[in-house]
Write a protein that binds this ligand. Structure first.
Ligand SMILES: Nc1ncnc2c1ncn2[C@@H]1O[C@H](COP(=O)(O)OP(=O)(O)OP(=O)(O)O)[C@@H](O)[C@H]1O
Ligand SMILES: [Mg+2]
Length: 113
């Protein structure tokens, strides 16, 4: 199992979600966050609202998946998130040791989807 964390532009969220749905990836967590990349938040002001200090508004997606869904998830995020401009974001893929559905106590592959 992997835990996929992606930072994307807020205006790409709907398209990324639609592309995830197309690949049967429905369970996601999304948060409004602030961040900066290697331009340190300076060169992107023309495309997203400049926030306090050097941080820009971003959306963080978190998706826990079985191994077979890792590549489809990454592809959906790239397809929906890429404009080719700076600040498009990043995808991080982390090993996931455990997943437990609180309601039933199911674990692992049964709990994840
Ligand atoms: N190494 C990192 N660690 C933590 N968060 C990061 C890292 N790199 C990027 N981020 C997050 O992703 C957001 C978008 O990053 P961004 O796309 O600007 O990366 P970049 O490396 O500057 O690439 P680009 O040159 O395409 O802009 C940042 O605002 C930050 O929230
Ligand atoms: Mg950047």
């Amino acid at each position: 199992m992997k835990y996929i964390v992606a930072i994307i532009q807020p205006d790409r969220l709907e398209d990324v979600l639609a592309r995830l749905e197309e690949k049967q990836i429905h369970l996601v967590t999304a948060s409004n966050v602030m961040g900066r990349g290697r331009q340190k938040g300076i060169a992107e002001v023309y495309r997203s609202h400049k926030e306090a200090g050097s941080l820009l508004s971003k959306v963080k997606l978190e998706i826990a998946v079985n191994d077979a869904f890792v590549q489809p998830t990454v592809e959906a995020i790239l397809a929906g998130g890429r404009t080719g401009q700076i600040g498009d974001g990043k995808v991080f893929v982390l090993d996931l040791d455990r997943c437990i559905r609180i309601r039933t106590g199911e674990e692992g592959h049964e709990a994840i989807g």
